[in-house]
Structures are given as C-alpha cells and as structure tokens.
Design a protein around this ligand. Sequence first.
Ligand code: NAD
Ligand code: IPM
Ligand code: MN
Length: 361
Amino acid sequence: MKKQIALLPGDGIGQEVMQSATEVLNAIAVEFDHEFEFDTYDIGGAAIETQETPLPDKTIEGCKRSDAILLGAVGGPKWENLPSHLRPEKGLLGIRKALGLFANLRPVKGFSQLLHASPLKEEVINGSDLLIVRELTGGLYFGEPSEIREDGQSVVDTLAYKREEIERIVDQAFQSARLRRKHLTSIDKANVLASSKLWREVVEEKRREYPDVAVEHLLVDAAAMKLITNPGQFDVMVTENMFGDILSDEASVLTGSLGMLPSASLRADGMGLYEPVHGSAPDIAGKGVANPLAMILSTALMLRHSFQLEEEANAVEEAVQELLRSGYHTADLNVKEGEQVGTNVMTRLVVEGISSRSASE
Ligand code: NAD
Ligand code: IPM
Ligand code: MN
C-alpha cells in the first residue's frame, strides 16, 4: 500500500516525538511491504517564526492532498504574549476546522504493566478501558464573539452549537459504543447551560436509533470525580469540546502519564489527523526525555482508522506492550523498577519490536 502522510511536528517535544513516529512507520513499511511518503509542513510557533502565521496556506493545502496527517504539538513560552489570533494554538484549531475534523477519539486504556505508575490505587484503575469522544470544531473554542472589550474591563467568549454539530458527534459516539461495550455516558452541564440542554435533548432523540446501546447522562463536575474514583463504570464518554479537553488530561492519570495518550481527530469520511493528547511540554523540550509513546500510539490509530491496516496497528501496539513488560519506561512514568530510557532509545525499542516479528517467524 502506498500512502502520502503530512507531518506537522510543530513545537517543543512535538519535533522530537514526530521523529519517533516516522521511524516507527518506516519499520512498519519494511515489515509489511508498504510505502509511506512523508511531507513536512510548518504549524504553530515554527510557522510563526518562518511565515508569520501559525497556519500557512501551504500547510492546509498539503494536508488536504494527503491521505492522513500526523501532528506533534504546538505552543510554547516564546509565543505566549502574542494576540490570541496569532498564537500557535490557533494553528491547531485552524487545521481542525479547515479540514472539518469534528470527532476527536481519545482512547484511555491502562497498560497492566503500568498500573503501579498511576498515583491512583491499582484496584481503582485495574481494567479501566474507556473512550472519550470529544466534539472538536465547535463550542467555546470557536464561538463568536470572543474578545476583550475595548475598555479592557470586560471579556466575552461564546459557547455556541448548531443542532447538526451535536447530532454528528453523538452519532459518532453511538457508533463507537456499538463497537465496544455498548454503554454511552453523555456529559454536560444541563443544570446550567443552554447548550447542554440541547445536547441532552439530541442524545435522548438519537438513542432511539441505537436501542442496543445503554445511555446515561452525567453532569461534568460529577463526571470528573467519577472518572478517577470509578473509571471502570465508563465505556464511551461523549462531550463538548472544552469538557472533553479537560476530562482527557484528567483521564491520562489512569494510564500513568499524559505521555501515553494518543488521539484521532476524524471527519465522517475517515480523513484523519492523529495527535497525542499532550502539548509541547516546554519544561522538558530539547532534553531527549519526552515519552514518544502517545505519538507512536497515534500512528497506530492512523494505520487502523485511515488505512484499515489492523495487523500493522496491532504490531505497533504489541511492540509497546512488550517493551513496557520488559520494564522500559521514560522519566514521566513513576516506575521504580526496570530501566529508564530517553526518547531515542524508547523509539528504537518499538522499532526493534516491530522488526523482530519477521525474525522470529
Ligand atoms: P503539556 O501537555 O505540554 O505538558 C503538561 C505536563 O506534562 C508537563 O509537565 C510536561 O513535561 C508533561 N508531558 C506532556 N507530554 C509529555 C511527554 N510526551 N513525555 C513526558 N512528559 C510529558 O501542557 P502545558 O504545559 O499545559 O502546555 C504547554 C504548551 O503546549 C502550551 O503552549 C499549550 O498551549 C500547548 N499544548 C498543545 C497541545 C497540542 O498541540 N495538541 C496540547 C496541549 C497543550
Ligand atoms: C488538546 C490541546 C488543544 C485543545 C490546545 C492546544 C488548543 O489542549 O489538543 O487537547 O485545547 O484542543
Ligand atoms: Mn488538551
């Protein structure tokens, strides 16, 4: 299979983990006889530096021409004081919007080898396996107006959703639930927000089309609590953009580190951008210690969702399982035993795991 992949490394550790992604994909290409062609484009702070905009047209065009997109991370202290429309983060929001990537799937599955790496009790997190389906192109992130008013004494952000935007993400969540344990938790703030009232109404309407899926509604504050006290109660969680952003970082605690969580940002036709949940981690950027597994596991999601390469996706995930089983871990994981390694060695271990498949056949 021949595929064109757009790479958007971005800033900070985004650059480092993208290198890991391409090494892993090259190993998959050799092992399974595929051809992956990479084209790299600027986004975020890296694009501001060279082209004075966080999202150059060339980047959007390159992404549109590609079969799938990988994104590292954007942002950093250097660009923090720029006006909000010029910040690196606007590049990421812009590419999601430009490509219509409304469905962000964030699977959270603890590796049994890392149960003790979480600050939560093993018996609480053992067996947790959930999927956060986050709406990605609406809500507070995109509502207008969003501005500081002229006198500097008041501000406004707007939480807006059209019914059809809610319907399509809720449909996506029901479909995901059907492929899993058939349990959907819809998360909102329907005791306060008008947008949440419509959200709940849509979920109630849609559930009639999916009678095989059990539905529960939770308010977001209680959901945040239950996510870390009883994560095993969740299968698929569907929620609006901002709630999904916050809950997914919280959910990463179940896995031991934010550096473990991959994600897929999808359009209905399967076009996808694959990105770790974490950011550019300025505190560790350039030190060679970033955990590349969230990015590497995102490439597995790409192989599975955009290219239907299930066996190849499994090969990546199994290589990760195997090295964790052997005790290898990066510094972000609170693991006492085994061997602590940096980004490059971790990546090499995944590559070796993939390559050793044919050697052991
Ligand atoms: P962050 O996710 O970058 O980092 C939070 C903490 O987690 C830091 O201590 C960091 O060192 C650690 N961490 C994150 N990923 C890691 C990894 N792979 N390996 C080891 N440790 C890891 O969040 P932040 O510090 O709040 O934000 C930093 C910048 O990143 C900001 O500019 C923010 O806007 C941006 N950001 C970008 C994305 C994205 O591009 N998708 C996501 C979140 C934040
Ligand atoms: C994420 C990030 C982004 C978001 C930021 C950087 C715009 O936090 O992908 O989770 O909030 O969507
Ligand atoms: Mn986030």
